[in-house]
Design a protein around this ligand. Structure first.
Ligand code: NAP
Ligand code: G4F
Length: 326
């Protein structure tokens, strides 16, 4: 049987490499979209030891013709749209760019599929940030309404609905994975989890004296990226396309994450090192995210494997190792 082909946007980010590794192990041919760089950074793929197993193709989520041309020539079985300006904080300062990449980018891909490869299955990286202030008895599921709190969240609401709309209008196989926060040792350094584990490793090794953070009271449902890419794949293997919430069902505060990270290196007086810095607070905050992933459990047979405690430990160990190897 011919190998299945997948086209992944966002291949150099966090989820792209985990998904590529997962699909390569299933014998897929994997194409990864990269932008034009004078010096591309393959470090996340290097970390997972798959840099040389992916076929790289050049294009940009802001350049419709490049996407049309790639879909027309590759005609992949599956497209995973993971590319985004994914940092909520920056979206307040770069709202237009965030909207172009996150909202128009998926529209361009959907048009490319509609015109040139209508049997291609499409996965859209939707997010719990779309819920923002909304919840249903303290959790969020597929029936919870959206109330995004950032230009990032707003851009992702457009992408969510255009994905649903192309399914309903043109019969394309499109699925939204509404993923709650997921982290790993290759999480971007700006995101709070990795910022904490990197900061704790530096403090433990005497390379830094403080860790500057914003709102410690915000709560998130944090899981492991390696577990979540399996859910993306499963969504595209179903008989019918649909949208799924993916998370652990547990919510923890930033403060809990901080305490646990320090504790894992034997530091118990964490308050001595943490400085609250208003520059890391946001104009509007999402106070509490907690998934109810019952539909994914029931229909996809998916559930997370790595616990919150294991995740914190894994990330701190990886950052300590990085500095020790230097
Ligand atoms: P990430 O590490 O920030 O990676 C995003 C990737 O998008 C990067 O590789 C980046 O490329 C690429 N990209 C940005 N702008 C682009 C453009 N104009 N053209 C082509 N590529 C572009 O994000 P992630 O954590 O892997 O998340 C993957 C997706 O899931 C994102 O869409 C994110 O919004 C969504 N999501 C993430 C989470 C989470 O907790 N991680 C939760 C829900 C949803 P460069 O490397 O070239 O910058
Ligand atoms: O780690 P964060 O920047 O992630 P956030 O905003 O929840 O967004 C991430 O998860 C979304 C899924 O829900 C994705 F769609 C999105 O792409 C991204 O991956 O911030 C988490 C929380 C926030 O409440 C923030 O205010 O941590 C709080 N926080 C406190 N101090 C901080 C800091 N966040 C960052 N980045 N840096 C701080 O110093």
């Amino acid at each position: 049987m011919a190998k299945k082909t997948a086209f992944i946007t966002g291949i150099l980010g966090q989820d792209g490499p985990y998904l590529a590794k997962f699909l390569l192990e299933k014998e897929y041919k994997v194409y990864g979209l990269i932008r034009r760089y004078s010096n591309p950074n393959f470090s996340n793929l290097d970390y997972l030891e798959i840099t040389h197993n992916v076929d790289y193709v050049e294009g940009d989520m802001n350049d419709e013709a490049s996407l049309l041309n790639l879909i027309r020539t590759i005609r992949p079985d599956e497209v995973y749209n993971l590319a985004a300006q994914s940092f909520v904080g920056s979206s307040f300062d770069q709202a237009k760019l965030t909207t172009e990449i996150n909202a128009l980018g998926p529209l361009y891909l959907l048009n490319a599929i509609k015109y040139f490869s209508p049997t291609t299955r499409f996965y859209q990286a939707s997010t719990s940030e779309m819920f923002g202030l909304q919840h249903t008895n303290g959790y969020q599921d597929e029936n919870t309404p959206f109330h995004p709190r950032s230009p990032y969240g707003v851009s992702k609401v457009y992408a969510y609905w255009i994905t649903v709309n192309y399914r309903e209008s043109y019969g394309l196989f499109t699925a939204n994975g509404i993923l709650f926060n997921h982290e790993s040792p290759i999480r971007g350094i700006q995101f709070v989890t990795r910022k904490i584990t990197d900061g704790v490793a530096k403090i433990k090794l005497g390379l830094s004296k403080e860790l500057r953070l914003g709102n410690l009271e915000a709560k998130r449902d944090w899981g492991f990226a390696g577990d979540y890419v399996e859910a993306m794949y499963l969504m595209l293997q179903q008989k019918n396309p649909d949208d799924y919430v993916i998370g652990t069902g547990e919510s923890h505060s930033v403060k809990e994450f901080v305490k646990l990270a320090f504790k894992s290196v034997g530091i118990f007086d964490w308050e001595k090192y943490v400085v609250i810095d208003p520059q890391f607070k946001r104009p509007a905050e999402v106070p509490n995210l907690k998934a109810k992933p019952d539909k994914a459990k029931k229909i996809l047979g998916w559930s997370p494997k790595v616990s919150f405690e294991e995740l914190v430990e894994m990330m701190v160990r990886a950052d300590l190792k990085r500095y020790q190897n230097k």
